[in-house]
Structure formats: structure tokens, C-alpha cells
Write a protein that binds this ligand. Structure first.
Ligand code: GDD
Length: 430
């Protein structure tokens, strides 16, 4: 038996996803027509003998309740949301729920970050892990040397694939091989985390003892002891700058275990991207849509402008409830969620349209994300400034934004419930 854990973080994370993440947790924002977290969950579903999937986060339970019950029914596999009382860090959160995770005595635990987009080759990682031994195997990928510094950089033995060295987001270049945020572990991972907790406790006890001794001895040896204590404090700040009950998987576990024949790597040859900004989510939506072309072509729309069906270009997802005028032209890379209405002559390119949006006659939407219940007027234009796909380049409309007729919204971010009756460019509308 195996189980999977997906780390979903909480409301203090995902702030770069505003205004979309104001009312919807980032892991539930749709990519390719499905919540972000749906993609790793459906990859987990394919692992033989998967007993349960746990989502661990510090969002309120009610925010995940509906999704968790509908996905459990749909996939016929128990998906549970486990809420931390406060953030414990990526390894601390796993340890906090160790009894729940190990309830069914799984032989292996998969651990996935919720904000990565890839084909999740989980069975391959598990097979490789069984060959290597050790307590864990992580998915790694080569990226450009410039991009590598945003991730955990690592060195692996080219023959044995052992993780030899690991540094999280280093300031100076270490390697173009990086951590993808997808792992498989044996139950020994909990012992490793416990080891770090014990060390931290000892450090705390040692530091209170030092403080006590300092107070007594100040009386006699003020100068000498102050010197020793200040050295000790310096050491403490240099090694940890986070609360004592917060354990990060990367810095606190992977780094010290590297080079000890405990951790191994499996190189990903397929697509991989991290999803930290809305611009990245457009790119990831595109990657998942092209994956659908291979794995689930029935999810992609088709049409050539005849037989009362609109013209579809490239990979496009359209929810079955969408009302689409046959003279609209859609794609490539467009996902349209439930109950959207698209009027005559509308043109949509490289965009995500969320539930209940209305796009009126002859409007154009390019390189943008349109929030739930928004409305785009006749002959209006919503697009990025230039070709830049990054955060400020693309246009994002928050929930329930109204763009009136003949208005252009270019390279702007518009907060929820705003009405735009004049054109804006490269602006943030609060
Ligand atoms: N439940 C919970 N509690 N989840 C958390 C917590 C916490 O306290 N802290 C972080 N997470 C979740 C995040 O939601 C995310 O899914 C994952 O843990 C990792 O988040 P971070 O620790 O913020 O790291 P990161 O995303 O900047 O970088 C990590 O992932 C990269 C791959 O995307 C690192 O492991 C990098 O080395 C790696 O390259």
C-alpha cells in the first residue's frame, strides 16, 4: 500500500496570485479547466495500491470541503484535507500528521508540492526508489543556469544517482539540476524529521541554560561570559532564522542528509514548471492542454466554424455547460469554465475564463485571466501589454469585474467588483 500527501500551504502563501486568490485558495484556481491540485491528484490515482490522498494545509477546512468530497466521489478514492493550526513548514506539516498518514501502514509516502506543473511520473519514481534503497527519491530536472537560483540546486552522482549535495535557492551558482518538489519516502522520513526536532529542542534547552548561567555568572565574570554568549547567539542566528517548531524539507532535511546514501534522484525528461504567478498559470494551462492531446483527447474541443460550431484553433478546453456562439473563434491555449456565455464574433487567444463570465459580441481577450462572474462588453479588448507573459504583462480581472462596451484593458490588474467605463493600460485598479 502507498499513500500520497500534497502540500497546499495556506492563505499567507500564494499572495502573488492576487486578486484571484482573494476568495479562492491558490490550489483550487483552474488550469486547463481543472483546479490546479486536480492534476497531481489524478496522477496519484494512477499509482497501483494507492490507499489515500491527504491534502495538508492551513486554509480553513470549509474552503476545501466541497472540492474534497466531489473529487473523492469522482475518483473513488479517499481524499482528505488535514488542517494545521498554524504553518509548520513543509516537513513539519508532514510530521504533524504522521499518525494519520501512517494509519494504514503504507510502505511508501509520496509527497508533492501543490504548485508544480508536470506529468508526475510517480510510478517511475517509485520503481527507481526501489532500485536505489535509502529513505527517499526526489524528482529533479535540468533548467537554465539563470533560472536555477529560484529553486533548490543539487549535485547527484551520475552513476548511482545519489544526492551528493543540496542547497536551497543559493546566491551563487551550484548546479543547473534542480528539485522539482515531488518525492517518495519510506517511513524513515519521520525519524529524520524527529531528529531535526530533537536537535532544535536541545539547541533551545542549551540556549536557556546559557542564559541562566549568564545571569548568575554576570555577577563575577561579566566580560568573559558575555563574549562567549554573544558567540553562541551568533551561531544560532546564522543557522536558523525561523520558529523552533518549523521544519523545512529542503534546508532542514535534504541538505543535511545529502551525501549519506539516504537520498536519491530521478531525472524528469518531460515538462515541468513551477506555478508561483498568474503568468505562469497561463503557461502551465497550455502544458496541461497539450498533455490532454496525448492522454485525454476527449477533453479538447474541436470545430471548424461549420455545423453551428465555432472555429477552434490548437488546444482548447470548453466546459460542457458553456454557451458558445458559432461565429466565435477560440484558441490556441484557451480554457473556459462552467456557465460562461460567449457572444457572436468573439475572439479568445491564450486565456483562462473562469465560471459564470459573460463575453459580449465582438470582444477580444488575449493573454489574460478573467475572474468568476466578470462581464466584458461589446467591441471591448482585454489583453497583455506586449508579448510578456509574466505577472505585470498579462491582464487579470478579479471576481465580478465589469468592462463596459468599447473599453480596452491592457496589461492591467483589476481588483474584484470594479466597473471599467474607460480604457486603462499598465495599471493596477484598486
Ligand atoms: N501545509 C503546509 N504547511 N504547506 C506548506 C508550508 C506549511 O507550513 N510551507 C510550505 N508549504 C507548501 C507550499 O504550499 C508548497 O506546495 C510546498 O510546501 C513548498 O513550498 P515552499 O516551502 O514555500 O518552497 P518553494 O515552493 O519556494 O520551493 C520548493 O519547491 C521548489 C519546486 O517547486 C523547494 O523545495 C525548492 O527546492 C523546489 O525547487
Amino acid at each position: 500500500k502507498v499513500v500520497a500527501v500534497i502540500m497546499v500551504g495556506g492563505p499567507t502563501k500564494g499572495t502573488r496570485f492576487r486578486p484571484l486568490s482573494f476568495n479562492t485558495p491558490k490550489p483550487l484556481i483552474p488550469l486547463a479547466g481543472q483546479p490546479m491540485i486536480h492534476h497531481p491528484i489524478s496522477a496519484c490515482k494512477k499509482i497501483p495500491n494507492l490507499a489515500q490522498i491527504f491534502l495538508i494545509g492551513f486554509y480553513e477546512e470549509r474552503e476545501f470541503a466541497l472540492y474534497v468530497s466531489s473529487i473523492s466521489n469522482e475518483l473513488r478514492i479517499p481524499v482528505r484535507y488535514l488542517k494545521e493550526d498554524k504553518p509548520h513548514g513543509s516537513a513539519g506539516a508532514l510530521y504533524y500528521f504522521r499518525d494519520r498518514i501512517m494509519e494504514e501502514k503504507p510502505s511508501h509516502v509520496f509527497l508533492l508540492n501543490c504548485d508544480v506543473c508536470c506529468s508526475f511520473p510517480l510510478q517511475h519514481i517509485l520503481d527507481a526508489h526501489r532500485r536505489y534503497g535509502g529513505i527517499g527519491t526526489m524528482l529533479v530536472i535540468k533548467v537554465s543556469a539563470e533560472a536555477a537560483s529560484q529553486f533548490g540546486e543539487l549535485i547527484a552522482d551520475p552513476e548511482t544517482k545519489e544526492l551528493l549535495h543540496y542547497t536551497e535557492k543559493p546566491e551563487t551558482f551550484v548546479s543547473d539540476l534542480i528539485n522539482c518538489g515531488v518525492y517518495v519516502f519510506t517511513s524513515d522520513i519521520f525519524k529524520a524529521i524527529e531528529g531535526v526536532y530533537n536537535q532544535m529542542r536541545e539547541t533551545c534547552e542549551f540556549s536557556s541554560l546559557m542564559a541562566y548561567l549568564k545571569r548568575i555568572a554576570l555577577f563575577f565574570f561579566d566580560f568573559i561570559l558575555n563574549l562567549a554568549a554573544s558567540n553562541y547567539n551568533h551561531f544560532q542566528y546564522a543557522t536558523r532564522s525561523v520558529p523552533a517548531d518549523f521544519v523545512r524539507l529542503d534546508q532542514d532535511i535534504l541538505s543535511p542528509l545529502a551525501g549519506k546514501k539516504q537520498l536519491y534522484t530521478y531525472e524528469n525528461k518531460d515538462f515541468w514548471e513551477q506555478i508561483k504567478t498568474p503568468g505562469k498559470s497561463l503557461k502551465c494551462s497550455d502544458m496541461y492542454l497539450s498533455q490532454f492531446r496525448e492522454t485525454s483527447p476527449h477533453l479538447l474541443a474541436s470545430g471548424d466554424g461549420t455545423n453551428k460550431k465555432p472555429m477552434i484553433v490548437g488546444d482548447v478546453y470548453i466546459h460542457p455547460s458553456v454557451k458558445l456562439h458559432p461565429t466565435a473563434k477560440i484558441g490556441p491555449n484557451v480554457s473556459i469554465s462552467a456557465n460562461v456565455r460567449v457572444g457572436p464574433g468573439v475572439r479568445l487567444i491564450n486565456c483562462i475564463i473562469l465560471d459564470d463570465v459573460e463575453i459580449k459580441d465582438n470582444a477580444v481577450v488575449i493573454n489574460s485571466i478573467i475572474g468568476w462572474k466578470s462581464s466584458i462588453g461589446r467591441w471591448s479588448r482585454v489583453q497583455a501589454s506586449g508579448d510578456d507573459n509574466e505577472r505585470l504583462g498579462i491582464t487579470i480581472l478579479g471576481e465580478a469585474v465589469t468592462v463596459e462596451d468599447e473599453v480596452a484593458v491592457i496589461g492591467s490588474i483589476v481588483l474584484q467588483n470594479k466597473t471599467l467605463n474607460a480604457s486603462v493600460q499598465d495599471d493596477i485598479i484598486l
